[in-house]
Design a protein around this ligand. Structure first.
Ligand code: BES
Ligand code: ZN
Length: 400
């Protein structure tokens, strides 16, 4: 009998081991870490790309598995694109980058070096009317240089980086002459040469606005039409970055909260949203707020936004005072910040919705191809703290 029992246990343990074998060394499914890994594996989730579509399919499946219905909020927006821009001097053609928002322009003219950094005095010191001006980066904004160049009649502007690497930049508004950025490595010799005497050059700036389609993913129980609580995070990332911390981390914390809240009464008051197009200027959250009915927004008592919560031990919160106070009640080590940076809570705050923004900031890999890993413990801690805030806010007996 004793022998039989021993044998039984031996087989039972062996059986269990065999069953578990395929999952050993991999992550448990339905875990935050596995979700981040899955999203990162699709590659950079730029709106309108196949990786973005794959991320959507994944998230929709996970929300459905957690018991929710999902809908897509589709929106479009114009996005600047450089189709390939160059400066040709003699037989040499140099590739550059059109500054974001620069108009297109193909023109042949003299290339004139502007001294200093392109203040109005600097432009006045040389004859650039009808010419292409070339100037060094720094001290004043790109846009100010462009405005000064246009004011003295330059027909195009080339800005040279102060470092050897390429110059990628954005203008703060529309301008009416084409603007090209050059690397210091290629631009600096040209700047020197042109300051001795103007050179014959051709500037070719090729830009256009393409229409991008973004898709917010909205998850909730079928009967929840007017939630009191909205949990959100953007799932898009910048080009070339797999966006593990920015912002698979926040996306997955919202998904985890959806899994946890599924077993609580609060699920009847909540919506979960994965926003698209955040990196292109909060496009998804703006579209959501702009298309929401006024009573939908006035019914919301809290919008919690999570952006970059998987790197850096220190957790920061920002937003509406009463909510940041609850976060500090949940964890006294949380720091409060006044300037909450650009993220998806902003359009909700502007619309008068109480907001709470969670982020850990300070990520050396921010917006780089190296943004590939997060600390699962930090995701879990963020989830726990958010859950406490939600309980304090919505389960307290004083809540009307
Ligand atoms: N995740 C960042 C914002 C951020 C940065 C939050 C640091 C917390 C700490 C976000 O995706 C981003 O890059 N936003 C842009 C502005 C947006 C309107 C394009 C930014 O902050 O430059
Ligand atoms: Zn972000």
């Amino acid at each position: 009998m004793r022998l039989l029992t021993a044998r039984f246990w031996w087989w039972a343990v062996l059986g269990l081991l065999l069953v578990c074998m395929p999952t050993l060394g991999t992550l448990a499914p339905n875990s935050a870490a596995a979700d981040v890994q899955a999203l990162v594996a699709f590659g950079s989730r730029v709106p309108g790309t196949p990786a973005s579509e794959q991320a959507r399919t994944y998230l929709i499946r996970e929300y459905r598995q957690a018991g929710y219905v999902t809908e897509l909020g589709t929106f479009t927006y114009p996005k600047f694109e450089d189709l390939g821009s160059t400066l040709a001097v003699g037989s040499v053609t140099i590739k550059g980058h059109a500054l974001d928002r620069s108009p297109s322009g193909q023109l042949s003219a003299l290339l004139v070096a502007v001294p200093g950094v392109g203040r109005l005095d600097d432009f006045m010191a040389v004859e650039v009317k009808g010419a292409i001006a070339i100037v060094r980066r720094g001290e004043i904004s790109f846009s100010e240089k462009v405005r000064n160049a246009a004011a003295v009649g330059a027909v195009g502007l080339v800005i040279v980086n102060t470092e050897p690497k390429e110059l990628l930049g954005m203008l703060d508004g529309e301008v009416n002459i084409p603007v090209l950025g050059l690397s210091g490595a290629q631009g600096e010799p040209l700047l020197k040469e042109a300051s001795t005497e103007p050179l014959k050059a051709s500037l070719n700036v090729n830009t256009h606005l393409k229409t991008v389609t973004g898709q917010n993913i909205i998850a909730h129980l079928p009967d929840v039409k007017q939630p009191k609580l909205l949990l959100g995070a953007h799932y898009d990332s910048v080009p070339k970055s797999p966006g593990a911390n920015d912002n698979a981390s926040g996306t997955v914390v919202v998904l985890e909260l959806a899994r946890h809240l599924a077993d609580t009464p609060l699920v009847h008051q909540a919506w979960f949203v994965a926003f698209d197009g955040e990196e292109d200027g909060l496009q998804g959250s703006k579209a959501f707020v702009n298309t929401a009915k006024p009573h939908f927004l006035s019914n919301l008592q809290a919008m919690l936004n999570f952006d970059m919560v998987g790197v850096n031990d220190q957790l920061f919160v920002g937003g509406t005072e009463s909510l940041t106070a609850l976060a500090q009640k949940a964890d006294s080590k949380i720091s409060k910040i006044r300037d909450t940076g650009g993220s998806d809570h902003k359009p909700f705050a502007t619309a008068g919705v109480p907001v709470l923004f969670f982020y850990r900031g300070q990520d050396p890999n921010y917006h780089t191809p190296e943004d590939t890993v997060v600390d699962p413990k930090l995701l879990e801690a963020t989830t726990q703290i958010a859950q406490s805030v939600i309980q304090f806010r919505f389960e307290s007996p004083t809540d009307s």
